[in-house]
Design a protein around this ligand. Structure first.
Ligand SMILES: [Cu+2]
Length: 228
């Protein structure tokens, strides 16, 4: 908004008592709207830290959380403030192999900073994000042991459950439980027989996400998530 228009609107608000109340309110409202959406003004000093993402996840010991903890730093007019130092700290559940990457971050152009918590041996982890002079915000995460083996039913025409999680070097067991032919196919050379009864198992020796399908039925798919 140009300074000229801003002065005109200010004048409308302050100096025209003879105008109707409606007209004055309309002018003041327009001024407020124009100012709040004016991104050409640099933001003021940091006034507030708020959580953006990642709080209250449950995952497994010795694994990074799937979603990073992130915060947004804003000024007194709720505008994001870039270039602000954010210190991350584990206040509950430190030791036992837990860690933060990074420990110190700087807000980006959207006022956001983030860190990834790798869970340790503790079952509860609490992490703070601190900006000098402001009230810190707190994130929590729960850690548990991953399942050692998991079972999947091969039904007509879906896998149940269609997503399983297990620890590296453990095995998934599929059991055919429908009446039609199906298979479990990860890719070339990694497939069960096509059959309508029986079992198939596969050991997973690397961490990652492994999608599979039944090649006979479009949309019949599943995923195995392998963690440390
Ligand atoms: Cu099938």
């Amino acid at each position: 908004m140009s300074p000229f228009i801003a002065r005109r609107l200010n004048a409308e608000c302050r100096l025209q008592p003879a105008n109707t109340r409606v007209r004055r309110l309309a002018a003041c409202g327009l001024l407020a709207l124009a100012c709040s959406s004016d991104t050409t003004q640099p933001p003021g000093p940091p006034a507030l830290v708020t959580r953006s993402a990642g709080d209250a996840q449950s995952w497994y010991h010795n694994n990074p959380l799937p979603i990073a903890f992130s915060v947004t730093v804003t000024d007194a007019n709720s505008r994001p403030v870039p270039g602000v130092r954010v210190d991350w700290a584990i206040v509950t559940g430190s030791g036992g192999g837990s860690s933060l990457t990074p420990v110190v971050d700087s807000t980006d152009s959207k006022g956001m900073a983030a860190t990834v918590l790798t869970l340790g041996a503790a079952s509860v982890h609490v992490v703070t994000a601190t900006v000098a002079g402001l009230t810190p915000v707190t994130f929590s995460a729960n850690a548990a042991a991953p399942p050692a083996r998991d079972s999947v039913a091969v039904k007509d025409n879906f896998f149940q459950p269609d997503s399983v999680i297990l620890q590296v070097n453990d095995t998934v067991y599929w059991t055919w439980a429908g009446s039609q032919n199906h298979n479990v196919t990860f890719g070339p050379g990694q497939a069960s027989a096509t059959q309508n009864s029986g079992t198939y198992n596969k050991q997973f020796t690397t961490v990652g996400k492994f999608a599979y399908t039944c090649t006979l039925h479009a949309g019949m798919k599943g995923v195995v998530v392998v963690v440390n």
